[in-house]
Design a protein around this ligand. Structure first.
Ligand code: MG
Length: 203
């Protein structure tokens, strides 16, 4: 399976990164080895001094597809979850400045936190999913899918022009404003509405 991540899908996050609003979905991949195996502990990597959380709504693909039309994109997923796109911000900045690929900053082991339980999309209003992240019980990120620049269906249609989507692939839909650093000892808890989707400790 693969993990497809969208960059800059919220205008407020694009602004905080001093980056323009994209004209089409920007995406990059994480390998399956990026999935945090034990969802309760994350070990701070030695190669970064500026690790950031990015809390994101995630989507599990449940049907094989290529060149999916936007009209039928909703038939390719049933479950919505929440994840963290951990980012080594210092390495990412270096990659951006030098025009290098982002994998060192985004695709490392443990960089993809995926909730254990997903929520059936029939239980949610996909156009208005509110979610938030607590760091040490303080609210640090709050988002709503109504603020997406590109909808889930638009992203699926767009990405599937370039790569086949497979059953079990995970789509990270981008992070809202409020990204920031984590330190050893921090606790991160993500919520969709009032439902806790993950809780993990940085070690
Ligand atoms: Mg992200």
């Amino acid at each position: 399976m693969k993990i497809i991540c969208i960059g800059r899908n919220y205008a407020d996050h694009a602004r905080e990164m001093n980056a323009p609003i994209p004209e089409f979905p920007l995406f990059f991949l994480k390998p399956d080895s990026a999935i945090l195996p034990k969802r309760t502990s994350f070990y701070y990597p030695e190669f970064t001094k500026d690790l950031h959380y990015e809390c994101e709504v995630i989507v599990r693909i449940n049907k094989l597809g290529k060149n999916i039309s936007k009209k039928f994109a909703h038939t390719y997923y049933n479950e919505i979850g929440l994840g963290i796109d951990f980012t080594a911000r210092d390495l990412q900045e270096e990659c951006k400045v030098k025009g290098l690929p982002w994998e060192r900053a985004k695709a490392f082991d443990g960089s993809a936190v995926i909730c254990e339980q997903f929520i059936s999309k029939s239980e949610l209003d996909l156009g208005s999913i509110s979610f938030h992240l607590l760091k040490n019980d303080q609210l640090v990120q709050q988002g709503n899918t109504k603020d997406f620049i590109f909808s889930i269906d638009t992203i699926i249609s767009y990405v599937s022009q370039f790569m086949t989507l497979k059953i079990g692939d995970i789509l990270f839909t981008g992070t809202p404003a409020g990204v920031g650093p984590v330190n050893i000892g921090d606790t991160l808890r993500g919520y969709i509405g009032e439902k806790e989707m993950y809780a993990l400790k940085v070690k």
